[in-house]
Ligand binder design. Structure first.
Ligand SMILES: Cc1cc2nc3c(=O)[nH]c(=O)nc-3n(C[C@H](O)[C@H](O)[C@H](O)COP(=O)(O)O)c2cc1C
Length: 356
């Protein structure tokens, strides 16, 4: 039996296979109020029906200020909890586990979605003042306001409340977004964190926000629910955030209550050379996996069942996440099963006649 189709258990959650859908923003909260819509029901519902083990719902903001764009989903009020719960309930009927990525964009907030404009949304057109570890803006974006030390506890509280709502909405697992140059990554990396308070300087200080969030979230949600962290394992910049710091901080996260590390790269700064190509993030994910006790997942240009199986057979990473290939083919996991000669018992009954 292919390892790809073996179950995996994380805390109290058993997941039917190791093909997980990577979080992908849909920029489809059309009323700009963070509310998921019919688009999200159909999009996420299709991926659940398509055989994925776990589907991670897109970067969902813990506060209005933390949205990347005005069309991001949120989970900061009761209406959000109810709307997500309707979507999650349907996904469960398809046998998939469902996670949510909890996010704060920091200095990369308040931008247009790709098809509505470019760069920062002006304040008089519905944009808002972003906040960060620094007052230095991301290239081409409006400058953020540097958070005062006393404000950082509010960010921790926002993640904690969002985690509570996520569990109440029925999500089986949570992921903290500490990657791709968003707020937590802005604190982790020495490139964007030049603070002199207890949240800047040493690795311990730069990791303090993430560790406070994990500790507080774990305390809020109890022991049953898996808590994952997505890291960008490297900034691709000498003297920036790197694989070794990622592995060290991941081990601290484990002690604080995290269970799985989802390894990606980049996103903090522009103008860097990213060695893209099939499975290009496998080496950094394996570097981290060799140094942490908890399972690690890898993402990035994984497009076929045999490629995914080969990655797992190398023996370091436990899960593959599929992004763009899932956008073009929600049946990707069922296609991979056919490719690997695995007979899964979760073909949607309604689609029996269409079996590969
Ligand atoms: C449309 C789109 C939206 C994305 N949104 C997110 C997101 O919300 N959170 C995140 O961590 N990564 C996001 N990503 C990155 C993906 O999760 C994934 O890491 C990346 O696409 C590489 O995997 P792939 O080659 O399989 O697509 C997004 C990618 C795409 C294409």
């Amino acid at each position: 039996m292919a390892k790809l189709f073996e179950t995996i258990r994380v805390r109290d959650l058993e997941v039917r296979n190791r093909i997980w859908v990577a979080p992908m923003c849909q920029y489809s909260a059309e009323d700009q109020d963070g509310m998921p819509t019919e688009w999200h029901l159909v999009h996420y519902g299709s991926r659940a029906a398509g055989g994925a083990g776990l589907v991670i719902v897109e970067a969902t903001a813990v506060s209005p200020v933390g949205r990347i764009s005005a069309w991001d989903t949120g989970i900061w009020n009761d209406q959000h909890t109810d709307a997500w719960s309707y979507i999650v309930d349907f996904m469960h009927t398809q046998g998939a586990a469902v996670a949510i990525q909890l996010a704060h964009a920091g200095r990369k907030a308040s931008i247009f979605r790709e098809w509505s404009g470019q760069g920062s949304i002006p304040l008089d057109e519905g944009g808002w003042q972003s906040v960060s570890a620094t007052d230095q803006g991301f290239t081409g974006y409006a400058a953020p306001r540097k958070l005062a030390t006393e404000e950082i506890g509010d960010i921790v509280a926002e993640f904690t409340r969002a985690a509570r709502r996520s569990v109440d909405a029925g999500f089986d697992a949570l992921e903290i977004h500490a990657a791709h140059g968003y707020l937590i990554h802005q604190f982790l990396s020495p490139i964007t964190n030049n603070r002199t308070d207890k949240y800047g300087g040493s690795l311990e200080n730069r990791a303090r926000l993430l560790l406070e969030i994990i500790t507080s979230v774990r305390n809020e949600i109890g022991e049953a629910t898996p808590l994952m962290v997505r890291f960008s394992a490297t900034d691709y910049v000498e003297g920036g955030w790197d694989e070794a710091q990622t592995a060290e901080v991941a081990n601290w996260c484990t002690k604080a209550g995290a269970d799985l590390f989802d390894i990606s790269t980049g996103g903090l700064v522009t103008g860097v050379q990213i060695p893209s190509g099939p499975g290009y993030q496998v080496p950094v994910a394996e570097f981290v996996a060799e140094r942490v006790e908890k399972p690690v997942s890898v993402v990035g240009q994984i497009t076929s069942g045999t490629q995914a199986e080969d990655i797992l057979q190398r023996g370091q990473v436990e899960v593959v996440m599929i992004g763009r290939a899932e956008l073009r083919d929600p049946m990707w996991p069922l296609r991979a099963a056919a490719e690997l000669g695995v007979d899964v018992d979760y073909w949607p009954k309604q689609y029996g006649w269409g079996k590969f």
